[in-house]
Design a protein around this ligand. Structure first.
Ligand code: IPM
Ligand code: MN
Length: 354
């Protein structure tokens, strides 16, 4: 039997509470299918670790993660360490250093969960977001000049490369082929006359290799409105780093709770390990109470298994998630009173066969 080696970074806040639930589900999926075992290496890198060591992870951090089959992450960020320090010290260096250029974020309203949109149900809300994850607006290029002076200047540059846009576009077209063969591209080429005009051109060029997929470009502001007014018209969406970040939080809201959506940071060529995480943050105000929703972390676990080729096990987790979404128990964010571990246990129980 195979054994997968996971690098586990629970991180901060509720990340530490939801990751153990995800690991329970991963292990159970291996047992029930009889297909694999899970071995974990835990890394305590976090804001707490930063306060002790002066850095979010050791300087050879990436080397320690490099040989893992996948990285499983909780959440990063806690009061006491500025967010831009913690994120640029841990999450973003992993995404960039391991060339995880696709951030795959499925948005689906589960049966039994009340979404915020009147008269819209699971049939209307099922969108796969492909967010560019290594360049664009989040490349960290820029600087501040004359700091603290009245004439202070801050510059933050978006960086778009042909290779970078091409590869994420290709990935998105491939996913569209597996679904409704419709791809929506988030642009803003009316105002962003260099980067987004370029984005549109490159996406359209790649689209020539996919004549069977219908490509539609929407300005990102209109696309955000469309997600609310006509979400059923969207199937696969490709977006730059910033646009994808914003749209997927809106997508999470459409799922009824930010305790649900998960994301996969993928290096599709598998030159480096990919990383799987709930989209939600560390929720410091909710941390330490054992009431966080573990469903996003568990969904991230299913995406991890999918990436490893364990399709059956991934399907088992997703079916259990849907079952518990429908029948409960539920945590507070979904209107219930259950604790984190109760929901995790219910999902594990729903995975039992016979
Ligand atoms: C996310 C988060 C991160 C991002 C932050 C914490 C840097 O919001 O994963 O969506 O913007 O990528
Ligand atoms: Mn985000």
């Amino acid at each position: 039997m195979k054994t997968y080696r996971l690098a586990v970074i629970p991180g901060d806040g509720v990340g530490k509470e939801v990751v153990p639930e995800g690991l329970k589900a991963l292990r159970r999926a291996g047992e029930v299918t009889g297909a694999f075992g899970i071995e974990t290496a835990d890394y305590p890198w976090s804001c707490e670790w930063y306060l002790e060591h002066g850095e979010m992870m050791p300087s050879d951090g990436l080397d320690r993660l490099r040989d893992a089959d996948a990285i499983y992450l909780g959440a990063v960020g806690f009061p006491g360490v500025p967010d831009h320090v913690s994120l640029w010290g841990l999450l973003l260096p992993i995404r960039q250093g391991f060339d995880q250029y696709v951030n795959l974020r499925p948005v689906a309203l589960f049966e039994g969960i009340e979404g915020p949109l009147r008269d819209r149900g699971p049939a209307d809300i099922d969108i796969l977001f492909v967010r560019e994850n290594t360049e664009g607006e989040y490349v960290g290029l820029g600087g501040r000049f004359r700091v603290g002076q009245p004439e202070e200047v801050a510059v933050q540059t978006g960086l778009f490369t042909r290779r970078g846009v091409e590869r994420v576009a290709r990935y998105a077209f491939e996913r569209a082929r597996e679904r409704r063969r419709e791809l929506a591209s988030a642009t803003k080429s009316n105002a962003l006359n260099f980067s987004m005009v370029f984005w549109d051109e490159v996406i359209a060029e790649v689209g020539r290799d996919y004549p069977d997929v219908e490509l539609t470009s929407y300005h990102v502001d209109a696309l955000a409105a469309r997600m609310v007014t006509a979400p059923g018209t969207l199937d696969v969406v490709v977006a730059s780093n910033l646009f994808g970040d914003i749209l997927t939080d809106l997508g999470g809201a459409l799922q009824g709770s930010l305790g649900l959506p998960a994301g996969a940071n993928l290096n599709p060529e598998r030159r480096y390990p990919s990383m799987f995480e709930p989209i939600h943050g560390s929720a410091p105000r909710r941390a330490g109470q054992g009431v966080a929703n573990p469903m996003a972390a568990i969904w991230a676990g299913a995406m991890l298994l999918e990436h490893l080729g364990e399709t059956e096990a991934a399907g088992l987790i997703m079916a259990a998630l849907r079952h518990v979404a429908k029948h409960g128990p539920r945590t507070k964010d979904l209107g219930g009173t259950a604790r984190t571990a109760e929901v995790g246990d219910a999902i594990v129980a729903a995975m039992g066969r016979g």
